[in-house]
Design a protein around this ligand. Sequence first.
Ligand code: HEM
Length: 449
Amino acid sequence: MTRDSVQGALPQASVAESLAVLTDVLIPNVAKGVLIRRPRIVGMAERLGLDRRAVQRLQQLNEKYGRGPLMLQVPGEKTMALVLDPDHVNRVLDQSPAPFATAEQAKRSALAHFEPDMALVSHGRERAERRRFNEAVLHSECPVHGLGERFVTVAREEVDELLHATRQQGDTLDWAAFFETWSRVVRRVVLGDTARDDHALTEALGKLRAAGNWGFMHPGRDRLRDALHERLRRYLKRAEPGSLAAEVARVPISETTQPGHQVTQWLFAFDPAGMATFRTLALLAAHPEAARRARREAASLERQTTPELPYLRACVLESLRLWPTTPMLLRQSTETTLWENGAMPADTSLLILAPYFHRDERHLASANRFDPDLWLKPEAAGAWPLIPFSGGSGICPGRRLVLLVTSTVLASCLSRREFRLDPPSRLLSSKPMPPLLDNYALRFRLDPH
Ligand code: HEM
Protein backbone atom coordinates (compact mmCIF):
# COMPACT_ATOMS: atom_id res chain seq x y z
CA MET A 1 0.00 0.00 0.00
CA THR A 2 1.41 3.41 -0.94
CA ARG A 3 0.53 6.84 0.42
CA ASP A 4 -1.06 7.71 -2.98
CA SER A 5 -3.40 4.71 -2.90
CA VAL A 6 -4.60 5.65 0.58
CA GLN A 7 -7.43 8.15 0.70
CA GLY A 8 -9.02 9.94 3.63
CA ALA A 9 -8.52 9.24 7.33
CA LEU A 10 -9.07 6.23 9.52
CA PRO A 11 -12.51 6.30 11.18
CA GLN A 12 -12.53 7.72 14.69
CA ALA A 13 -14.92 6.75 17.49
CA SER A 14 -16.60 9.62 19.32
CA VAL A 15 -15.63 10.43 22.91
CA ALA A 16 -18.78 8.64 24.17
CA GLU A 17 -18.04 5.55 22.06
CA SER A 18 -14.41 5.51 23.20
CA LEU A 19 -15.60 5.70 26.80
CA ALA A 20 -17.98 2.82 26.13
CA VAL A 21 -15.04 0.71 24.88
CA LEU A 22 -13.19 1.59 28.05
CA THR A 23 -16.08 0.55 30.31
CA ASP A 24 -17.32 -2.48 28.35
CA VAL A 25 -14.05 -3.94 27.09
CA LEU A 26 -10.90 -2.65 28.77
CA ILE A 27 -11.97 -2.18 32.39
CA PRO A 28 -13.68 -5.60 32.80
CA ASN A 29 -10.71 -7.40 31.25
CA VAL A 30 -8.21 -5.53 33.39
CA ALA A 31 -10.36 -6.00 36.51
CA LYS A 32 -10.52 -9.78 35.98
CA GLY A 33 -6.72 -9.71 36.21
CA VAL A 34 -4.49 -9.71 33.15
CA LEU A 35 -1.58 -11.69 34.62
CA ILE A 36 -3.35 -13.58 37.38
CA ARG A 37 -7.12 -13.86 37.63
CA ARG A 38 -9.08 -12.43 40.55
CA PRO A 39 -11.58 -15.24 41.19
CA ARG A 40 -14.30 -13.01 42.66
CA ILE A 41 -14.29 -10.68 39.68
CA VAL A 42 -14.28 -13.64 37.28
CA GLY A 43 -17.42 -14.93 39.06
CA MET A 44 -19.05 -11.53 38.81
CA ALA A 45 -18.13 -11.17 35.13
CA GLU A 46 -19.73 -14.58 34.46
CA ARG A 47 -22.95 -13.65 36.29
CA LEU A 48 -23.25 -10.26 34.57
CA GLY A 49 -22.35 -11.55 31.10
CA LEU A 50 -19.67 -8.86 30.75
CA ASP A 51 -17.78 -10.73 28.05
CA ARG A 52 -20.87 -10.77 25.84
CA ARG A 53 -21.28 -7.04 26.32
CA ALA A 54 -17.70 -6.48 25.14
CA VAL A 55 -18.33 -8.47 21.93
CA GLN A 56 -21.59 -6.63 21.27
CA ARG A 57 -19.92 -3.25 21.76
CA LEU A 58 -17.34 -4.04 19.07
CA GLN A 59 -20.01 -5.46 16.75
CA GLN A 60 -21.95 -2.19 17.02
CA LEU A 61 -18.85 -0.16 16.21
CA ASN A 62 -18.07 -2.46 13.30
CA GLU A 63 -21.58 -2.00 11.92
CA LYS A 64 -21.32 1.76 12.20
CA TYR A 65 -17.74 2.34 11.04
CA GLY A 66 -17.02 -0.67 8.84
CA ARG A 67 -13.73 -2.53 8.79
CA GLY A 68 -11.59 0.11 10.55
CA PRO A 69 -9.08 0.05 12.16
CA LEU A 70 -11.08 2.32 14.42
CA MET A 71 -9.16 5.04 16.24
CA LEU A 72 -10.25 5.61 19.83
CA GLN A 73 -10.09 8.92 21.64
CA VAL A 74 -7.98 8.37 24.72
CA PRO A 75 -6.64 10.99 27.11
CA GLY A 76 -3.05 12.22 26.77
CA GLU A 77 -0.53 11.62 24.03
CA LYS A 78 -1.38 7.93 23.57
CA THR A 79 -3.16 6.70 20.45
CA MET A 80 -5.14 3.50 20.39
CA ALA A 81 -6.94 1.58 17.63
CA LEU A 82 -9.37 -1.33 17.53
CA VAL A 83 -8.74 -3.99 14.90
CA LEU A 84 -12.15 -5.08 13.61
CA ASP A 85 -11.45 -6.81 10.33
CA PRO A 86 -10.15 -10.40 9.88
CA ASP A 87 -7.69 -9.39 7.14
CA HIS A 88 -6.32 -6.67 9.38
CA VAL A 89 -5.85 -9.15 12.23
CA ASN A 90 -3.89 -11.43 9.94
CA ARG A 91 -1.81 -8.48 8.73
CA VAL A 92 -1.01 -7.20 12.23
CA LEU A 93 -0.02 -10.65 13.50
CA ASP A 94 1.96 -11.53 10.37
CA GLN A 95 3.81 -8.22 10.44
CA SER A 96 4.95 -8.51 14.05
CA PRO A 97 7.41 -7.44 15.42
CA ALA A 98 7.81 -4.73 12.78
CA PRO A 99 5.93 -2.56 12.13
CA PHE A 100 3.68 -4.07 14.86
CA ALA A 101 5.83 -4.70 17.93
CA THR A 102 4.79 -7.35 20.43
CA ALA A 103 6.50 -5.22 23.12
CA GLU A 104 3.47 -3.01 23.67
CA GLN A 105 3.65 -0.46 26.48
CA ALA A 106 0.93 -1.85 28.81
CA LYS A 107 2.34 -5.39 28.51
CA ARG A 108 5.84 -4.12 29.22
CA SER A 109 4.83 -2.38 32.40
CA ALA A 110 2.90 -5.46 33.63
CA LEU A 111 5.63 -8.01 32.89
CA ALA A 112 8.41 -5.70 34.13
CA HIS A 113 7.44 -6.85 37.63
CA PHE A 114 9.05 -10.26 37.19
CA GLU A 115 10.31 -10.91 33.63
CA PRO A 116 11.29 -7.63 31.92
CA ASP A 117 13.55 -9.51 29.47
CA MET A 118 11.00 -12.04 28.22
CA ALA A 119 10.71 -12.38 24.41
CA LEU A 120 7.21 -10.94 24.17
CA VAL A 121 8.24 -7.62 25.70
CA SER A 122 11.61 -7.41 23.93
CA HIS A 123 12.33 -5.84 20.57
CA GLY A 124 14.89 -5.98 17.75
CA ARG A 125 17.94 -8.22 18.12
CA GLU A 126 17.09 -9.08 21.70
CA ARG A 127 13.62 -10.28 20.78
CA ALA A 128 14.98 -12.37 17.89
CA GLU A 129 17.47 -14.14 20.17
CA ARG A 130 14.93 -14.77 22.96
CA ARG A 131 12.31 -16.03 20.50
CA ARG A 132 14.90 -18.43 19.02
CA PHE A 133 15.71 -19.74 22.48
CA ASN A 134 12.02 -20.27 23.34
CA GLU A 135 11.37 -22.13 20.09
CA ALA A 136 14.45 -24.30 20.58
CA VAL A 137 13.68 -25.38 24.16
CA LEU A 138 9.92 -25.73 23.70
CA HIS A 139 10.32 -27.69 20.40
CA SER A 140 7.74 -25.32 18.96
CA GLU A 141 7.34 -27.06 15.65
CA CYS A 142 7.03 -30.63 17.00
CA PRO A 143 3.52 -31.93 17.73
CA VAL A 144 5.09 -33.98 20.53
CA HIS A 145 8.02 -32.47 22.43
CA GLY A 146 11.21 -34.55 22.46
CA LEU A 147 10.70 -35.13 26.19
CA GLY A 148 7.04 -35.96 25.54
CA GLU A 149 7.25 -39.49 26.89
CA ARG A 150 8.49 -38.21 30.24
CA PHE A 151 5.85 -35.45 30.35
CA VAL A 152 3.10 -38.00 29.66
CA THR A 153 4.37 -40.14 32.55
CA VAL A 154 4.41 -37.12 34.87
CA ALA A 155 0.84 -36.14 33.93
CA ARG A 156 -0.44 -39.71 34.39
CA GLU A 157 1.25 -40.16 37.77
CA GLU A 158 -0.15 -36.92 39.13
CA VAL A 159 -3.69 -37.57 37.83
CA ASP A 160 -3.59 -41.06 39.38
CA GLU A 161 -2.71 -39.55 42.72
CA LEU A 162 -5.42 -36.90 42.38
CA LEU A 163 -8.12 -39.43 41.51
CA HIS A 164 -7.04 -41.59 44.39
CA ALA A 165 -7.34 -38.61 46.76
CA THR A 166 -10.84 -37.73 45.48
CA ARG A 167 -12.07 -41.03 46.97
CA GLN A 168 -11.42 -39.49 50.39
CA GLN A 169 -13.28 -36.32 49.34
CA GLY A 170 -16.59 -38.07 48.62
CA ASP A 171 -15.70 -38.56 44.95
CA THR A 172 -15.86 -34.86 44.13
CA LEU A 173 -13.33 -32.64 42.44
CA ASP A 174 -13.12 -28.87 42.74
CA TRP A 175 -10.75 -26.25 41.34
CA ALA A 176 -8.49 -26.07 44.41
CA ALA A 177 -7.69 -29.80 44.30
CA PHE A 178 -7.28 -29.80 40.53
CA PHE A 179 -5.01 -26.76 40.57
CA GLU A 180 -2.72 -28.27 43.16
CA THR A 181 -2.19 -31.30 40.94
CA TRP A 182 -1.82 -29.11 37.88
CA SER A 183 0.88 -26.99 39.55
CA ARG A 184 2.82 -30.14 40.46
CA VAL A 185 2.72 -31.30 36.84
CA VAL A 186 3.92 -27.88 35.69
CA ARG A 187 6.82 -27.68 38.16
CA ARG A 188 7.96 -31.20 37.27
CA VAL A 189 7.72 -30.54 33.52
CA VAL A 190 9.51 -27.18 33.67
CA LEU A 191 12.02 -27.63 36.51
CA GLY A 192 12.12 -31.33 37.35
CA ASP A 193 10.89 -33.71 40.04
CA THR A 194 12.76 -31.93 42.85
CA ALA A 195 10.46 -28.92 42.28
CA ARG A 196 7.32 -31.04 42.60
CA ASP A 197 6.35 -29.76 46.04
CA ASP A 198 7.88 -26.29 45.81
CA HIS A 199 4.56 -24.53 46.45
CA ALA A 200 6.50 -21.52 47.72
CA LEU A 201 7.84 -20.95 44.22
CA THR A 202 4.35 -20.89 42.67
CA GLU A 203 3.16 -18.65 45.50
CA ALA A 204 6.01 -16.17 45.03
CA LEU A 205 5.30 -16.01 41.31
CA GLY A 206 1.59 -15.54 42.11
CA LYS A 207 2.39 -12.52 44.28
CA LEU A 208 4.56 -10.99 41.57
CA ARG A 209 1.84 -11.59 38.99
CA ALA A 210 -0.67 -9.93 41.31
CA ALA A 211 1.64 -6.90 41.46
CA GLY A 212 1.94 -7.04 37.65
CA ASN A 213 -1.87 -6.88 37.34
CA TRP A 214 -1.51 -3.26 38.49
CA GLY A 215 1.16 -2.44 35.88
CA PHE A 216 2.97 0.83 36.54
CA MET A 217 0.58 1.63 39.41
CA HIS A 218 2.31 -0.91 41.67
CA PRO A 219 5.74 0.04 43.05
CA GLY A 220 7.05 -3.52 42.53
CA ARG A 221 8.39 -6.21 44.87
CA ASP A 222 12.06 -6.22 44.03
CA ARG A 223 13.23 -8.48 46.86
CA LEU A 224 10.65 -11.12 46.07
CA ARG A 225 11.55 -10.95 42.37
CA ASP A 226 15.26 -11.36 43.07
CA ALA A 227 14.58 -14.28 45.42
CA LEU A 228 12.42 -15.97 42.76
CA HIS A 229 15.09 -15.60 40.11
CA GLU A 230 17.75 -16.92 42.50
CA ARG A 231 15.60 -19.99 43.19
CA LEU A 232 15.06 -20.52 39.47
CA ARG A 233 18.80 -20.24 38.81
CA ARG A 234 19.37 -23.12 41.23
CA TYR A 235 16.87 -25.33 39.39
CA LEU A 236 18.37 -24.40 36.03
CA LYS A 237 21.86 -25.23 37.30
CA ARG A 238 20.62 -28.63 38.41
CA ALA A 239 19.22 -29.23 34.85
CA GLU A 240 17.26 -32.27 35.95
CA PRO A 241 16.99 -34.87 33.16
CA GLY A 242 13.50 -35.11 31.65
CA SER A 243 12.60 -31.47 32.36
CA LEU A 244 12.69 -28.29 30.30
CA ALA A 245 15.53 -27.16 32.60
CA ALA A 246 17.67 -29.94 31.06
CA GLU A 247 16.75 -28.71 27.60
CA VAL A 248 17.74 -25.16 28.61
CA ALA A 249 21.21 -26.47 29.46
CA ARG A 250 21.51 -28.03 25.98
CA VAL A 251 20.50 -25.00 23.91
CA PRO A 252 23.25 -22.44 23.16
CA ILE A 253 22.75 -18.99 24.68
CA SER A 254 24.36 -15.57 24.42
CA GLU A 255 24.59 -12.68 26.87
CA THR A 256 21.19 -11.38 25.67
CA THR A 257 19.19 -14.61 26.04
CA GLN A 258 18.22 -14.21 29.72
CA PRO A 259 16.98 -17.83 30.15
CA GLY A 260 15.61 -17.11 33.67
CA HIS A 261 13.13 -14.58 32.29
CA GLN A 262 11.92 -17.01 29.63
CA VAL A 263 11.51 -19.81 32.19
CA THR A 264 9.45 -17.51 34.43
CA GLN A 265 7.08 -17.01 31.51
CA TRP A 266 6.71 -20.78 31.02
CA LEU A 267 5.76 -21.32 34.66
CA PHE A 268 3.31 -18.44 34.55
CA ALA A 269 1.79 -19.34 31.17
CA PHE A 270 1.04 -22.93 32.18
CA ASP A 271 -1.50 -21.57 34.63
CA PRO A 272 -4.15 -20.64 32.02
CA ALA A 273 -3.62 -24.05 30.45
CA GLY A 274 -4.91 -25.52 33.73
CA MET A 275 -7.98 -23.31 33.49
CA ALA A 276 -8.58 -24.45 29.92
CA THR A 277 -8.21 -28.11 30.94
CA PHE A 278 -10.73 -27.80 33.77
CA ARG A 279 -13.18 -26.02 31.48
CA THR A 280 -12.70 -28.76 28.89
CA LEU A 281 -13.69 -31.34 31.50
CA ALA A 282 -16.89 -29.31 32.00
CA LEU A 283 -17.55 -29.11 28.27
CA LEU A 284 -17.17 -32.86 27.92
CA ALA A 285 -19.39 -33.50 30.94
CA ALA A 286 -22.10 -31.39 29.27
CA HIS A 287 -21.69 -33.01 25.83
CA PRO A 288 -22.05 -36.80 26.23
CA GLU A 289 -21.43 -37.64 22.56
CA ALA A 290 -18.18 -35.65 22.56
CA ALA A 291 -17.24 -37.32 25.86
CA ARG A 292 -17.73 -40.77 24.30
CA ARG A 293 -15.47 -39.80 21.40
CA ALA A 294 -12.89 -38.38 23.81
CA ARG A 295 -12.95 -41.54 25.94
CA ARG A 296 -12.40 -43.75 22.91
CA GLU A 297 -9.33 -41.68 22.06
CA ALA A 298 -8.17 -41.61 25.70
CA ALA A 299 -7.98 -45.41 25.65
CA SER A 300 -4.94 -45.12 23.34
CA LEU A 301 -2.98 -43.90 26.35
CA GLU A 302 -2.93 -47.53 27.50
CA ARG A 303 -1.41 -48.70 24.20
CA GLN A 304 1.00 -45.91 23.23
CA THR A 305 3.57 -43.96 25.27
CA THR A 306 2.90 -40.62 23.58
CA PRO A 307 -0.35 -40.71 21.61
CA GLU A 308 -1.12 -37.46 19.77
CA LEU A 309 -4.78 -37.29 20.96
CA PRO A 310 -6.06 -35.00 18.16
CA TYR A 311 -9.68 -34.96 19.35
CA LEU A 312 -8.76 -34.03 22.92
CA ARG A 313 -6.41 -31.36 21.61
CA ALA A 314 -9.30 -29.99 19.54
CA CYS A 315 -11.50 -29.97 22.66
CA VAL A 316 -8.91 -27.91 24.54
CA LEU A 317 -8.67 -25.53 21.57
CA GLU A 318 -12.46 -25.20 21.66
CA SER A 319 -12.35 -24.35 25.34
CA LEU A 320 -9.78 -21.70 24.49
CA ARG A 321 -11.88 -20.40 21.59
CA LEU A 322 -15.01 -20.11 23.73
CA TRP A 323 -13.16 -18.68 26.73
CA PRO A 324 -9.75 -17.41 25.60
CA THR A 325 -7.28 -17.02 28.44
CA THR A 326 -5.47 -14.24 26.55
CA PRO A 327 -8.51 -12.30 25.30
CA MET A 328 -6.63 -9.10 24.49
CA LEU A 329 -3.79 -9.20 21.97
CA LEU A 330 -1.85 -5.95 21.92
CA ARG A 331 0.65 -4.62 19.43
CA GLN A 332 2.36 -1.23 19.12
CA SER A 333 3.13 0.29 15.74
CA THR A 334 6.79 1.23 15.31
CA GLU A 335 6.17 3.59 12.36
CA THR A 336 3.32 5.24 10.48
CA THR A 337 1.29 2.44 8.86
CA LEU A 338 -0.96 2.71 5.83
CA TRP A 339 -4.40 1.13 5.57
CA GLU A 340 -7.02 1.15 2.79
CA ASN A 341 -8.71 4.18 4.28
CA GLY A 342 -6.00 6.18 5.98
CA ALA A 343 -2.72 6.34 7.86
CA MET A 344 -2.16 5.35 11.48
CA PRO A 345 0.49 7.20 13.47
CA ALA A 346 3.54 5.45 14.90
CA ASP A 347 3.31 4.36 18.55
CA THR A 348 -0.37 3.44 18.31
CA SER A 349 -1.48 0.55 20.53
CA LEU A 350 -3.58 -1.85 18.46
CA LEU A 351 -6.09 -4.00 20.31
CA ILE A 352 -7.34 -7.30 18.91
CA LEU A 353 -10.11 -8.67 21.11
CA ALA A 354 -10.08 -12.42 20.47
CA PRO A 355 -13.70 -13.08 21.64
CA TYR A 356 -14.99 -10.55 19.09
CA PHE A 357 -13.76 -12.92 16.37
CA HIS A 358 -14.18 -16.23 18.22
CA ARG A 359 -17.82 -15.60 19.18
CA ASP A 360 -19.01 -13.65 16.11
CA GLU A 361 -22.29 -15.40 15.25
CA ARG A 362 -22.60 -13.15 12.16
CA HIS A 363 -19.76 -15.08 10.51
CA LEU A 364 -19.21 -18.31 12.42
CA ALA A 365 -22.10 -20.78 12.43
CA SER A 366 -20.87 -22.51 15.60
CA ALA A 367 -19.78 -19.29 17.35
CA ASN A 368 -21.66 -20.15 20.56
CA ARG A 369 -21.59 -23.94 20.38
CA PHE A 370 -18.95 -26.45 21.42
CA ASP A 371 -17.64 -27.71 18.10
CA PRO A 372 -14.21 -29.41 18.28
CA ASP A 373 -14.43 -30.32 14.59
CA LEU A 374 -13.75 -26.67 13.86
CA TRP A 375 -10.12 -27.48 14.68
CA LEU A 376 -10.02 -30.87 12.98
CA LYS A 377 -11.31 -29.42 9.71
CA PRO A 378 -9.67 -25.98 9.71
CA GLU A 379 -11.25 -25.19 6.33
CA ALA A 380 -14.55 -24.81 8.23
CA ALA A 381 -13.34 -21.48 9.64
CA GLY A 382 -11.35 -20.51 6.51
CA ALA A 383 -9.10 -17.48 7.08
CA TRP A 384 -11.27 -16.37 9.99
CA PRO A 385 -9.02 -15.51 12.94
CA LEU A 386 -9.26 -18.16 15.67
CA ILE A 387 -6.32 -16.99 17.72
CA PRO A 388 -6.23 -18.35 21.28
CA PHE A 389 -2.47 -18.78 20.83
CA SER A 390 -2.10 -15.57 18.78
CA GLY A 391 -0.74 -16.00 15.23
CA GLY A 392 2.01 -15.02 12.78
CA SER A 393 5.58 -14.72 14.00
CA GLY A 394 4.56 -14.01 17.61
CA ILE A 395 2.43 -17.16 17.89
CA CYS A 396 2.77 -18.88 21.25
CA PRO A 397 5.87 -21.10 21.00
CA GLY A 398 4.50 -23.24 23.85
CA ARG A 399 1.21 -24.14 22.13
CA ARG A 400 2.08 -27.70 21.15
CA LEU A 401 3.59 -28.46 24.54
CA VAL A 402 0.43 -27.04 26.15
CA LEU A 403 -1.75 -29.26 23.99
CA LEU A 404 0.40 -32.30 24.79
CA VAL A 405 0.15 -31.80 28.56
CA THR A 406 -3.51 -30.72 28.66
CA SER A 407 -4.71 -33.55 26.39
CA THR A 408 -2.74 -36.12 28.41
CA VAL A 409 -4.18 -34.89 31.70
CA LEU A 410 -7.67 -35.07 30.18
CA ALA A 411 -7.09 -38.54 28.74
CA SER A 412 -5.79 -39.76 32.11
CA CYS A 413 -8.91 -38.39 33.84
CA LEU A 414 -11.43 -39.68 31.30
CA SER A 415 -9.96 -43.14 30.96
CA ARG A 416 -10.34 -43.74 34.71
CA ARG A 417 -13.54 -42.04 35.81
CA GLU A 418 -16.79 -40.52 34.61
CA PHE A 419 -16.95 -36.77 35.30
CA ARG A 420 -20.37 -35.22 36.00
CA LEU A 421 -20.94 -31.53 36.57
CA ASP A 422 -22.26 -30.69 40.00
CA PRO A 423 -24.83 -29.24 39.69
CA PRO A 424 -25.55 -30.77 36.25
CA SER A 425 -27.24 -27.59 35.05
CA ARG A 426 -23.96 -25.63 35.27
CA LEU A 427 -23.46 -26.04 31.52
CA LEU A 428 -26.01 -27.53 29.12
CA SER A 429 -25.35 -28.57 25.55
CA SER A 430 -28.91 -27.50 24.69
CA LYS A 431 -28.06 -23.87 25.48
CA PRO A 432 -25.53 -21.53 23.85
CA MET A 433 -22.18 -21.70 25.63
CA PRO A 434 -22.01 -18.85 28.17
CA PRO A 435 -19.85 -15.80 27.42
CA LEU A 436 -17.55 -16.80 30.30
CA LEU A 437 -17.20 -19.97 32.36
CA ASP A 438 -15.92 -19.38 35.88
CA ASN A 439 -13.42 -22.21 36.35
CA TYR A 440 -13.12 -21.45 40.07
CA ALA A 441 -16.78 -22.38 40.62
CA LEU A 442 -16.69 -25.67 38.69
CA ARG A 443 -17.20 -28.87 40.62
CA PHE A 444 -17.47 -32.46 39.46
CA ARG A 445 -18.84 -35.70 40.83
CA LEU A 446 -16.68 -38.64 39.87
CA ASP A 447 -18.20 -42.04 39.14
CA PRO A 448 -16.69 -45.32 37.95
CA HIS A 449 -17.32 -45.99 34.26
C1 HEM B 1 -3.44 -22.22 27.54
C2 HEM B 1 -2.17 -21.90 27.60
C3 HEM B 1 -1.56 -20.81 26.79
C4 HEM B 1 -2.16 -19.89 25.98
C5 HEM B 1 -3.63 -19.73 25.65
C6 HEM B 1 -1.11 -19.08 25.43
C7 HEM B 1 -1.32 -18.04 24.56
C8 HEM B 1 -0.33 -17.17 24.16
C9 HEM B 1 -0.58 -15.98 23.41
C10 HEM B 1 -1.94 -15.49 22.94
C11 HEM B 1 0.62 -15.38 23.22
C12 HEM B 1 0.87 -14.08 22.47
C13 HEM B 1 0.58 -12.93 23.38
C14 HEM B 1 0.65 -11.63 22.66
O1 HEM B 1 0.84 -11.59 21.45
O2 HEM B 1 0.50 -10.60 23.35
C15 HEM B 1 1.63 -16.20 23.85
C16 HEM B 1 2.97 -15.92 23.86
C17 HEM B 1 3.90 -16.71 24.44
N1 HEM B 1 3.69 -17.93 25.05
FE1 HEM B 1 1.93 -18.80 25.37
N2 HEM B 1 0.10 -19.51 25.90
C18 HEM B 1 -0.13 -20.56 26.74
C19 HEM B 1 0.82 -21.29 27.43
C20 HEM B 1 2.17 -21.17 27.23
C21 HEM B 1 3.15 -22.05 27.83
C22 HEM B 1 2.83 -23.22 28.74
C23 HEM B 1 4.35 -21.59 27.43
C24 HEM B 1 5.72 -22.15 27.71
C25 HEM B 1 5.95 -23.37 28.14
C26 HEM B 1 4.14 -20.41 26.62
C27 HEM B 1 5.13 -19.63 26.06
C28 HEM B 1 4.90 -18.43 25.44
C29 HEM B 1 5.96 -17.50 25.08
C30 HEM B 1 7.45 -17.67 25.32
C31 HEM B 1 5.33 -16.41 24.45
C32 HEM B 1 6.01 -15.19 23.84
C33 HEM B 1 6.21 -15.42 22.37
C34 HEM B 1 6.81 -14.26 21.62
O3 HEM B 1 6.78 -13.13 22.08
O4 HEM B 1 7.28 -14.47 20.52
N3 HEM B 1 2.79 -20.20 26.51
N4 HEM B 1 1.03 -17.29 24.42
